[in-house]
Design a protein around this ligand. Sequence first.
Ligand code: JB2
Length: 214
Amino acid sequence: MNNKKPLIMIGGGGHASVLADILMGQGREIIAVISPDDVSERPIFDGVAHFQSDDAIDKFSAADVKLVNGIGFLPRSPLRQKLYQRYSALGYEFETIIASDAYISPYASIAPSAQILTRGVIQTGATIGENTIINTGALVEHDCYISAHNHIAPNAVLCGQVTTGEGVFIGANATILQNISIKNDAIVAAGATLTMCLDKNTTHYPIRSTEKYT
Ligand code: JB2
């Protein structure tokens, strides 16, 4: 065990259970999970107090606990950011999560509350913004600037000096070439390769191999 503050997990689904696995493996104590849905089918939460309403968070003083944002982020799903902003404004701190087998260059900058999952790689000179998820196996190369509230999904590759605005979603296995800029709330679909800058609120889809024959 350690002397860090106990944690309250917001959400009890897939993302929350991945974070709980990392945190418990690091000896952290999760004292409550807050989820409107049943969590009994997720053994990772066995023995953790379950509350169905976010009102239960008020029972815990912001001075005594830290929150974990266990709500994932898929395109056009505002809940993760909304809860983060609501509870930050109330004075709660969100824990920063860095998996023990992630690689973070000593010359990278990780904002408090960011989440770097198993085998995530953050290379030298890169910056990761608040409440952003760098998911399993994702690679953020040198000097990238990843803003707040992004989700870089599993195994995505961001070559050097990519910049993103807030709320960007980059799907699993997508590749972003170097020096590309992706504006606020844009989406790069899973498996796509992005070779040009992407405007705000737009989506870049993968080119299907059949398209070159039509
Ligand atoms: O208002 C809410 C609320 N609404 C839904 N407050 C709180 N505290 N929790 C809420 N939830 C909970 O979010 C649900 O009860 C459920 O426990 C959780 C959503 O779980 P789900 O497994 O559907 O999605 P996820 O957000 O954990 O994961 C998505 O995003 C990840 C990044 C998934 O699509 C994953 O595949 C993905 N890796």
